[in-house]
Design a protein around this ligand. Structure first.
Ligand code: ADP
Ligand code: MG
Length: 293
């Protein structure tokens, strides 16, 4: 491609809400045949809401919200923000944790009001040899069957509650998937979330292929595996946990509404966080390169 054609393409991209790192990016874009979509914050709004707290027998719901909310308040994860906001709305001012640590892809742990608290996936609890009692396991299964995310809460070595959190699909995502398919791309949904939740979201937007329960550090390996099958892979993501995969992909598209780490790792930024711009970017690249062939 001539530098002029690429410059024109880059300028047109800016008008479409697509920031292109360098003109040469368009060259890798037109070959892409597979598009991996992160779920949370990319296909969904990432703005979750706390819906319900299912408590174990003898557990006080306000205490669950107080301890879980306090810990999640220290995390930037969209689920954490929903839990903290929902808890604060219900119990008022939350205590400040005495200790806090993020466990990427699993949740958070720390000390609140002198209690050692865990909030996150069931696996986070299991790693500390904490099992969900039957009534909480049932609540979790019911929430996930309904396409919601179930977050477990434990303290002092005992599971105390399951919180139901829901995240809405962006109203532009289904149309974006239709447009990506029309360009001949195969969409794949990639997430650390539970398979049932991922499949509910995929069905809602028209994606057939789901890769779920992937740890943040393993997302990059999924991209490598697809490349190993001879595919040319675009990846769209918003999170710190997507940065390595965005860098590995033949084309990395970062949501402009996402984290700085994702934006730095991507080749393109979809400024408005609208997935339809991913299709615009690929169409633009093909057209730009087509004109000079
Ligand atoms: P995604 O790949 O969809 O962006 P993550 O890899 O960040 O999601 O997280 C995977 C899963 O781990 C979440 O769906 C949630 O169940 C759990 N999790 C991660 N961080 C937290 C947190 N701060 N609080 C509660 N659960 C969390
Ligand atoms: Mg994400």
């Amino acid at each position: 491609a001539t530098p002029t054609a690429l410059m024109v393409g880059t300028g047109r991209g800016a008008q479409l809400g697509i920031l292109i790192k360098g003109p040469e990016v368009l060259e890798s874009t037109h070959r892409v045949d597979t598009i991996v979509l992160d779920k949370t914050g990319t296909v969904t709004t990432g703005r979750m809401t706390l819906l319900t707290a299912h408590t174990a027998d003898g557990t006080d719901e306000d205490q669950v919200l107080r301890l879980a909310g306090a810990l999640e308040h220290a995390s930037e994860h969209p689920i954490a923000q929903a839990v903290a906001a929902g808890a604060a709305g219900r119990v008022g001012t939350l205590p400040v944790p005495e200790d806090f640590a993020n466990v990427p892809g699993l949740g958070v742990r720390g000390v609140v009001d002198g209690h050692a608290v865990l909030v996150g996936r069931e696996r986070l609890l299991r790693e500390q040899a904490v099992e969900l009692p039957v009534e909480l396991a049932r609540a979790k299964a019911g929430a996930e069957a309904a396409g919601r995310t179930a977050i477990a809460v434990a303290w002092d070595g005992k599971a105390r509650a399951v919180l139901e959190v829901a995240d809405a699909v962006k109203d532009t995502s289904a149309e974006a998937v239709t447009r990506l398919r029309a360009l001949g791309l195969t969409p794949i949904l990639l997430t650390g979330d539970h398979r049932a939740v991922a499949e509910a979201v995929a069905a809602e937007v028209g994606i057939d292929e789901v890769i779920a329960e992937v740890m943040p550090k393993d997302k990059v390996d999924v991209v490598k595996r697809l490349q190993g099958e001879g595919r040319s892979v675009a990846m769209v993501g918003d999170g710190v946990n997507d940065a390595a995969a965005l860098a590995q992909a033949d084309l990395g598209l970062a949501m402009g509404t996402g984290t700085d780490a994702a934006i730095e790792a991507g080749d393109l930024t979809l400024v408005r966080g609208d997935l339809r711009a991913a299709a615009d970017a690929i169409r633009l690249a093909r057209r730009t390169l087509g004109t000079i062939k």
